[in-house]
Design a protein around this ligand. Structure first.
Ligand code: 5AD
Ligand code: SF4
Length: 444
C-alpha cells in the first residue's frame, strides 16, 4: 500500500549556485518529513526540477527535460512531477496547462510547504504555491548536502534582489532582498567544518548589501566574512556575487587582511559603455568600475577578478561594443562568463526597450568577446608559471587516477601527482605547465 512506502524524490537543478543551495534546503525539508533522497532518476516516485529563468536558454532546457519526463510518466502514471524555483512564478499557469504533466509548482519561498503540496498532488489535485515572501530565509534549516565532494559547501546568506537591472528577471522571480541571521550562518559554517568541509562559499545575488541589525549591533558583509573566517584558519571562505556599486573599501581591506578569505572576486561588469550601463540601470560608470579594479589590484595584488558580460543589449552600438572590449583589456579579467542578451518577460527592458541588435551581430560580438577573454585567461595562467600555491585537495583527477586536483585561493584549478595528503587537506604546488583552463604542477 502506498501509505507505508517511503517515497523517494530526485531533484534536478538548473542555473546558478543559489539554486543548488536551494535544492539542498528542499532535500532537508523533505527528508525531515520522511521522504528519501534518490540519486537515480528512474528509481524516484517524485521528480523535482529546480529551474532558472535568467536566460531564455535555461528555460528551453527545462522544457526539453519536461518532455522527457512525459515519457516516464506514461510508463509510470504514479510518478509525481514538480517544478520548483524561478520558472515557477513566471510560468505557472502556462506550464500547468500547456505541458499537462506537472502535478506541482512551488516558487523559491514556498519550500516549507512542499510536504503538504506533495500530499495534495498525490491525492490527484494539482498543487501550486508561488507566493513570494519578504522574510523567508530558511535560516533554521540545515541543508542536506547533495552532489558534494565533502570539501566545499555553499551557504545562502541572503535571498532576493532589489537592484532591478533592466534586463534581469531575478527581482520578479525571487522577490525582495532579505538577509539571514548571522548566528545561523555561523552555526552552519561551524557544522560543516566539523563534518570535514574546508571551504565555504557565501551566496547571495548581491552579498555586498548583506545587513543584519540585532539590538545595538549591525552586521554588514565584511563583518560576517570576518566572523566566518575566524572560525578556523583551515576553513577557506569564498563569496558570490558582488555588485560593483556596493563593493566597499572596507570589504577589500577585509579580504586583504585575512589569509583564509579567498583572493578571488567575481564582479559582473555587464558592459564597458556608460550609455549601455545606464540603460541597464547598473548605477555605476565604466570609470567607477575601473577605479574599483585598481583598488583591488593595488591592495590584493594576487587577487583574481572574474566578471559577467552581456553583449547585444538594446541599442548597443559598435562603439559600445568596442568599449566593452577595451574595458576587458584594462581590467585584465582572469575569467569571464559571457552571454548574448535575451529578453526576459516582465523586465524593464522587455517593457520599454527594443531588443534591436540582430542575432548575427550579437553572435559576432559574443565571439569577439570570448576570443579576447581566452587571450586574457591564457595570459593570467601564464603569469602563474613557476609560482607556488597552497591548494586544497578536492579529489582524484577525472583524467588520471594518479593525479589529484584542487583549487588555489584564486579559484584556479591545479592538477598534480597524488601526494601523501588526502582530500580536504592543503598542499603546496609549484606550477610547471599551463593549459587554457588548468595549472599543472608538482607538490613541493
Ligand atoms: N540576458 C542575458 N544575460 C543575462 N544575465 C542576466 N539576465 C540576462 C539576460 N536577460 C546574465 C548577467 C548576470 C548573469 C548571472 O546572467 O550577466 O550577471
Ligand atoms: Fe539581476 Fe541585477 Fe539583481 Fe544581479 S543585481 S540578480 S543582474 S537585478
Amino acid at each position: 500500500m502506498k501509505e507505508n512506502k517511503i517515497r523517494k524524490f530526485h531533484i534536478e537543478t538548473y542555473g546558478c549556485q543559489m539554486n543548488f543551495s536551494d535544492s539542498e534546503i528542499v532535500a532537508s525539508i523533505l527528508t525531515s518529513q520522511g521522504f528519501e533522497a534518490s540519486d537515480e532518476l528512474l528509481n524516484a516516485d517524485i521528480i523535482l526540477l529546480n529551474t532558472c529563468s535568467i536566460r531564455e536558454h535555461a528555460e528551453d532546457r527545462v522544457r526539453k527535460r519536461l518532455h522527457y519526463f512525459r515519457s516516464l510518466k506514461k510508463k509510470n502514471p504514479g510518478l509525481t512531477i514538480g517544478l520548483l524555483g524561478c520558472m515557477a512564478e513566471r510560468t505557472k499557469t502556462a506550464l500547468m496547462e500547456e505541458e499537462q504533466l506537472l502535478d506541482l509548482i512551488a516558487g523559491p519561498d514556498s519550500y516549507r510547504h512542499l510536504p503538504a503540496l506533495l500530499a495534495q498532488a498525490e491525492s490527484g489535485q494539482k498543487a501550486i504555491d508561488t507566493i513570494l515572501s519578504s522574510d523567508e530565509t530558511y535560516a533554521d534549516i540545515s541543508p542536506v548536502r547533495l552532489e558534494t565532494n565533502g570539501v566545499s559547501a555553499f551557504i545562502s546568506i541572503m535571498r532576493g534582489c532589489e537592484n532591478f537591472c533592466s534586463y534581469c528577471v531575478v527581482p520578479y522571480a525571487r522577490g525582495q532582498e532579505r538577509s539571514r541571521d548571522p548566528q545561523s550562518v555561523i552555526r552552519e559554517a561551524k557544522d560543516i567544518f566539523l563534518q570535514g568541509y574546508r571551504e565555504v562559499t557565501l551566496l547571495g545575488q548581491n552579498v555586498n548589501s548583506y545587513q543584519w541589525k540585532d539590538g545595538g549591533e549591525t552586521v554588514n558583509f565584511p563583518l560576517l566574512l570576518e566572523k566566518i573566517a575566524a572560525l578556523d584558519i583551515r576553513l577557506r571562505v569564498r563569496f558570490a556575487t558582488s555588485h560593483p556599486k556596493d563593493l566597499s573599501a572596507e570589504l577589500i581591506g577585509t579580504i586583504a587582511s585575512h589569509p583564509n578569505i579567498c583572493k578571488a572576486i567575481h564582479l559582473p561588469v555587464q558592459s564597458g559603455s556608460n550609455t549601455v550601463l545606464d540603460k541597464m540601470n547598473r548605477k555605476y560608470t565604466r570609470e567607477e568600475y575601473l577605479e574599483k579594479i585598481k583598488a583591488i589590484r593595488s591592495q590584493i595584488p594576487d587577487c583574481t577578478i572574474s566578471t559577467d558580460i552581456i553583449t547585444g543589449f538594446c541599442d548597443e552600438t559598435e562603439e559600445d561594443h568596442r568599449q566593452t572590449l577595451e574595458l576587458m583589456k584594462e581590467a585584465a579579467f582572469d575569467y569571464a562568463f559571457m552571454f548574448k542578451y535575451s529578453e526576459r518577460p516582465q523586465t524593464i527592458a522587455a517593457d520599454q526597450y527594443d531588443d534591436n541588435v540582430p542575432a548575427d551581430i550579437k553572435e559576432r560580438r559574443l565571439r569577439e568577446i570570448i576570443e579576447l577573454q581566452q587571450e586574457l585567461s591564457s595570459s593570467s595562467n601564464h603569469r602563474d608559471l613557476g609560482e607556488t600555491f597552497e591548494v586544497l585537495i578536492e579529489g582524484i583527477s577525472k583524467r588520471s587516477n594518479t593525479q589529484y586536483f584542487g583549487r588555489n585561493s584564486q579559484n584556479k584549478v591545479l592538477v598534480f601527482p597524488v601526494t601523501v595528503q588526502n582530500r580536504g587537506e592543503y598542499v603546496n604546488v609549484k606550477v610547471k605547465r599551463v593549459t587554457s583552463a588548468t595549472l599543472i604542477g608538482d607538490a613541493v
